[in-house]
Design a binder for this molecule. Structure first.
Ligand SMILES: NC(=O)c1ccc[n+]([C@@H]2O[C@H](COP(=O)([O-])OP(=O)(O)OC[C@H]3O[C@@H](n4cnc5c(N)ncnc54)[C@H](OP(=O)(O)O)[C@@H]3O)[C@@H](O)[C@H]2O)c1
Length: 326
């Protein structure tokens, strides 16, 4: 049995880590919830939130960091030095060579004896579980991804903004924005995170960099366009791939059906396909709309995935990493 702490337990990801620990029956001896001084004393699921102190955090067996990149950069090493295994939800260490970046269904063996493990970007984790079986069977020449990302990807305050500002618009007012570059109600914003020199946003490049690291293939060609949309929860992604080998769509469906972490939802005749409303709250990523690609013919396919980015894209994947270590 293990002593576990969640830093950022009042946030969108932190709250889901509590749920995942329970649902995955993690062998918990003691659970401690940390947040900032603002939330100290607050009760969540019967636990009283404590103000974070790095020294106390290091005394646990496992610590989930669910705060921010700056916070992780400041405290992760100190917590590891205290003796804990740290699973970091931020992007702070994802690209460091000696820090494993893990989707357990794909590369659990990369954890080794590392005490600091990075959890991937939400869009990447959701894509990776569906893309990996196709990559293994048919090889990938090129991957093109367009995303439709929920407001919860930007944390609890962003979800609150969607709710409040939608009501403002419905009441005849003009929406304002704090968590996004533009008002989010009844809008789409083709910018998530900062623009890079190559014209992509950081979010888009994360999908490329991280998929390469998780698949262990630094040559993988992947281009992403990331768009924020006015939904509360669960990210969707339209994926087009050019394959090395000729593709058999029925075989792809069979592979997805058998793959862990992803469920096949692909019955167009009965209008069954992945959607954020259905994927919300579910552990498995939904994949469907599998079809031969009209541009790449026999050597390509298109499909659509939806996954709860607070679960497979964050809390669930983090708890699965911890479970792989006990
Ligand atoms: N949202 C997603 O879909 C998603 C997916 C994958 C990864 N991530 C990453 O996960 C991390 C958390 O994201 P989130 O969406 O859960 O953010 P969030 O909803 O804004 O929550 C942030 C949490 O951090 C706490 N916090 C802030 N400053 C602190 C401090 N100085 N000391 C201790 N705790 C502090 C907050 O506590 P208070 O209540 O005290 O303010 C809150 O619990 C981020 O690095 C994010 O990039 C998010």
């Amino acid at each position: 049995m293990y002593s576990v702490a969640i830093c950022g337990a009042t946030g969108a990801v932190g709250i889901e880590v509590i749920r995942c620990l329970k649902e995955l029956k993690f062998p918990l001896d003691k659970l401690t919830l940390y947040a900032s001084a603002r939330s100290a004393g607050k009760e969540i699921e019967g636990y009283i939130v404590e103000e974070f102190h790095a020294e106390a955090a290091g005394k646990h067996d496992f610590v989930f960091l669910c705060v921010s990149g700056d916070f992780s950069r400041e405290y992760a090493q100190q917590i590891v030095d205290g003796g804990a295994v740290v699973i970091d939800n931020s992007s702070a260490f994802r690209y460091e060579e000696n820090v494993p970046l893990v989707v357990p269904e794909i590369n659990a063996d990369s954890i080794g004896d590392s005490k600091l493990i990075a959890n991937p970007n939400c869009t990447t984790a959701i894509l990776a579980v569906a893309l990996y079986p196709i990559y293994k069977e048919f090889g990938l020449k090129k991957v093109i991804v367009s995303t439709y990302q929920a407001t919860s990807g930007a944390g609890q305050p962003a979800m609150d903004e969607l709710k409040e500002q939608t009501q403002v618009v419905l009441d005849g007012g003009e929406a304002s924005c704090e968590n996004f570059a533009y008002p989010i109600p009844f809008n789409l914003i083709p910018q998530i995170d900062a623009f890079q020199e190559n014209g992509y946003t950081k979010e888009e490049m994360k999908v490329t960099w991280e998929t390469r690291k998780i698949f262990g293939d630094s040559d993988l060609k992947l281009s992403c366009t990331a768009v924020r949309i006015p939904t509360f929860r669960a990210h969707s992604e339209a994926v087009t791939v050019e394959t090395e080998k000729e593709v058999d769509i029925d075989r792809v469906r069979g592979l997805i059906d058998a793959a862990p972490g992803v469920v096949l939802v692909d019955d167009p005749t009965n209008q069954k396909y992945p959607m954020p409303l259905n994927a919300t709250g579910k552990f498995d990523v939904e994949a469907g709309r599998f079809r031969k690609n009209e541009v790449f013919d026999e050597y390509g396919l298109d499909f659509f995935v939806c996954g709860d980015q607070l679960l497979k894209g964050a809390a669930l994947n983090a708890v699965q990493i911890a479970k792989a270590l006990v």
